[in-house]
Design a protein around this ligand. Sequence first.
Ligand code: BES
Ligand code: ZN
Length: 610
Amino acid sequence: MPEISPMDPNSYSRPDQVVVKELHLDWQVDFTRQVVAGFVLLTVECVQEGHDLILDTRDLVIKSVQDTASSKDLTYTLGEAHPNFGAPLSITLPESGKKTWKIKVNYETSPTCSALQWLSPEQTAGKRHPYVFSQCQAIHCRSLVPCQDTPAVKVKYTAEVRAPQGLTVLMSALREGQQEGEAHTTFKFSQPVPIPAYLLAVAVGDLESREVGPRSLVWSEKEFVDQAAHEFAETEVMLKAAEEVCGPYVWGQYDLLILPPSFPYGGMENPCLTFVTPTLLAGDRSLADVVIHEISHSWTGNLVTNSQWEHFWLNEGFTMFVERKIISRLSGEEARHFSAIGGWKDLADCIRTRGETDPLTQLVPDLNGIDPDDAFSTVPYEKGHTLLWHLETLLGGPAQFEPFLKAYLDKFKYSSLKSGQFVEFLQEYFKGQAEVLQQVDWQAWWTTPGMPIVTPKFNDALAIPCTALARRWVEWDPVTTKNPFTKEDLQALSPIQVRAFLAQLLEEAPLTSEKVCHMEEAYGMSSRLNSEIRFRWLRLCLRAKWDECVDAALQFITEQGRMKFVRPIYRDLYAWEEMRPRAVATFEKNRSAMMHVAAYVVAKDLHLRE
Ligand code: BES
Ligand code: ZN
């Protein structure tokens, strides 16, 4: 096996020897062959004399490597490929007495590129044009560009991308104009703020846009663009609230792109252009917390970045914390607590599924030899959030902690860090409260598996009606009492409270199929289109082994590919032994329409791989 970097267990690159500073991409998007072909120009700097430049690659076809100053070909070797981490590309740099080089790598991607999802026209809403989009986080950028695919390295980039006429190219960057050619249009981009490789993103399709704010457009296929403009009309209000919490927004534009249904995440914080799943289009703006979350990453994650995936909580735990600070600004402190209670329940569910001794439930797990896609879970999000919540309470509340948050963002902006550096800065900032901080057992926070070592006290005002209704359902005895439930039960509950009511029931022992059948009669749950409600409702039915819901469950996991929804439903179907063959058959049939990462993790959920 080639040698993994001592700085990052998920990369071969050695930025401690030679570091990439800038990228320029020149790409042709070829839908016929399903490849991206062209070159990348890397500006690299020597850190330690006498070393090769080592880039991460995965399934790339490397055609040639040149030193642009001399136009000479350079010697390179492509190492042995690991199935998940790919292969190191070692380039011998010319001796020139110089400290910087501009290296051109001519290459193309392969049709199996794990970062890209290629859709045929039939798989799009418009049915007339093909579509392709990327998802690079955590370590898929290397299948799109040879690069130092570690979040410890940040680069500026520019790009020139050619796509067939009629299609629009978007990237995680500022749009710098387009030029019509004979059969192709060339789009130019620039990202002047240095970003880690995982934030590189591209999408090409028949796209339209609508303005929703002074710095925001929403983009999607034209079939969804009005709906999307309505759903995300509050973007600017959210951005302003985020700036109050975090400081100025440095990225210029904040656009949203609504992807096709196979997009595997709720949202992805690609700079200047957040990617979101179409399952957020609920019609009532009730799922906008995802947009608040992605906006928050503009600071926590995109400006201040985990330097290895082991410290992923610095991205996601901080982002949950900032997200809920914004929720507090927009909807009040009770709403913040309510959201935190929901997160705590999601965490409990996750720990139950993974097992409370699973080392991957540590806040800082060991990722040596482990693909971050296999480690991904609610743990860094909610255990990370719990740590920050605990620290805020310990250190005197928001009046003390919010200024600290701003100071932390200011201190680490444009850089990458590990958990220890966060602690050092916290201790320095709060040195006046050293005895208070002495109570925090950092080692236990980092390495104890299972639920957090501290359970915060949440204000449950908004949760009470949800838990009360759930209790009534649990305690109802259909043998002795006639069905007391009516649709009025839900009338006083907001969509997020209905979601919490179902989440509460999922924490209890499975209901009988008779009870869920009564619930359907009383509440008409199956006709609810809100994806978060539908998801929990279907899980409740599957756990009750209610046959009548199975078709709807299979439809739900094939009509969209958001892993947060698809994985638990596949797991529930797998756990219901009679349904196992249908689950596996549905997966096999649908696999080619799923994005690489989604198919990879569901195969594991269905025990089709180790
Ligand atoms: N950055 C993540 C998505 C991600 C994480 C992609 C790891 C690949 C690897 C994004 O910000 C996120 O957390 N999305 C959540 C939204 C939610 C917590 C509001 C999602 O997709 O559900
Ligand atoms: Zn996130």
